[in-house]
Design a protein around this ligand. Structure first.
Ligand code: ADE
Length: 222
């Protein structure tokens, strides 16, 4: 899979993809993450990529030309399954969206800034808008990092043990059950006996039961 991220703040995306599972996924060739600095497509030597909004009002708008040129350059190289704009107006990210995106070959993540992008870029190029929650971030970069993280771990083959993605919270519309490791007792709190029983059928039942209880209690709408 190839993920191209268009951003005005490339430095914000330097670290998130250089650790842990995403680094391993890159090393093994499951994903290529390419950061495109929108400033390279500025309309003049001042590095201009934004301008005042027509009709007045506070806040700058990201201009059509730099965005269109950046996207057109990428489209010359490959076909995209989705061109995604990260925006608080978008569809709320959930596990089902991440599952779908993880099966694609090529996507663009376009990070908004300031007041956002000129509406015509949405009309001409953007095929999907995703929000990572009902709050406003300074820019779309952290949202792009969240979206990328949530999909890269689902790319078939990335996780050593396929099971562990299948038993994630949300994967079957249930929150994950509690987990424990050594020691068997900590500050007077014991690991539930069933987990030490070696009876895998009982353990599975207990986990399913805990997952259902937790989901009912915390996220009844699921
Ligand atoms: N940009 C600003 N806020 C955002 C959000 N909540 N989700 C995605 N992109 C954003």
């Amino acid at each position: 899979m190839k993920i191209d991220i268009i951003t005005l703040q490339p430095a914000l995306l330097e670290s998130p993809f250089n650790h842990s599972m995403i680094q391993r996924a890159k090393d093994k060739g499951f994903v290529t993450i390419n950061i495109i600095n929108l400033r390279d497509y500025a309309i003049n030597a001042h590095g201009q990529v934004d301008d005042y909004q027509y009709g007045g009002g506070a806040g700058m708008v990201m201009m059509c030309e730099p965005l269109a040129n950046a996207i057109e350059d990428l489209k010359k190289e490959r076909n995209y399954d989705e061109i995604i704009y990260t925006s608080p107006d978008g569809e709320l990210l959930n596990q089902s969206i991440s599952n779908t995106l993880s099966l694609y070959e090529n996507i663009i993540l376009l990070c908004g800034h300031y007041k956002g992008i000129d509406e015509r870029i949405r009309q001409l190029y953007v095929t999907k808008e995703i929000s990572i929650g009902n709050y406003v971030l300074t820019g779309g970069e952290l949202a792009a990092a969240v979206i990328t993280d949530s999909i890269v771990r689902l790319i078939p083959g990335v996780l050593g043990n396929e099971e562990s993605a299948l038993t994630d919270s949300f994967q079957d519309d249930l929150l994950a059950p509690p987990v424990y490791t050594r020691p068997a007792e900590f500050k007077g709190l014991k690991v539930p006996d069933v987990l030490l029983s070696g009876n895998f059928k009982l353990i599975e039942e207990w986990r399913m039961n805990q997952a259902e209880e937790k989901t009912k209690e915390r996220r009844p709408e699921m």
